[in-house]
Design a protein around this ligand. Sequence first.
Ligand code: GLV
Ligand code: MG
Length: 319
Amino acid sequence: MNRFESSPVPFRLQRSELAVPGSNPGMIEKAAGSEADCVLLDCEDSVAPDQKSQARCNIISALNEIDWKETGKTVSVRINGTESPQIERDVGEIIEKAGYHIDTILIPKVNTPEDVHAVERLLSLALLTSGITIRIGLECLIETALGLVNVEAIARLSCATESRLEALHFGMADFSASCQSRSLTIGEMDSGQTNHIWHPSRQRILVACRAYGLRAVDGPYGDFRNPQGFIDAATGAAAMGYDGKWAIHPDQVMLANQVMSPTDAEVEQARKILDALDQARSLGQGVVSLDEKMVDAASGKMAENIISKSLAIAEKPSA
Ligand code: GLV
Ligand code: MG
């Protein structure tokens, strides 16, 4: 069955995903006032093991006390992974006490489709127990060697009727650890991005997302005092087709929003392409020369991607 017919993924702007530790209420409050398209409230790796219960309480309070809808943001919670003893309480307690304020759950370290099914079962039970009827989506972090091996099968879950799957994220920090890469930094790219160690994996995740109608989100960049490094990393992901990138510091939010938005020049060029194609078609031609370059139906599709993204951005309410 065609994925788009079975259960269309709700549209969400996801240029910037500001990740905040659930153990830090001050940071959560600041994130609500930021320009991020999405805020990711974290129960997993940014929270110390002895802070897990407190982080859940903070997240529940923040979900209930902050008017997230008013901020126009998508609110996502990263639960602990399927191998963690915390996962049942993450899903059970957070959904039951604050489920109405959550848009999506991000599952870390997804290795197989079965990991997603396991979370679906926990989520369905929590929703049933608490009588919550809103739709909560699922997003998966691909950040292990096994997760990458299975990425197409994971993305294909979105073909199931009433699938909750909306997006895949590339978590390059855990991925580097899982692959035993010779790296000690988070998300930093050397020059010449196309030759970078992550390029094939990033591309594979992006293609799996596009094949099955999911959003694609690029992971963190740890050197938050290096805006140019962040811009370079985000630019590589944007060129590939990624919808957005994580921000692990508020200073990275605007950079992500900028890099992941079409520029005015791109929008103008996209309009010119569509106009030129309209004219060509009215003369019975499928191909035309614009600024001494060939333009055809494929150029039209690329142009429409740019225009629809820029329209969605224009509609976003500001924080
Ligand atoms: C994110 O969780 C990462 O590991 O990069
Ligand atoms: Mg990780």
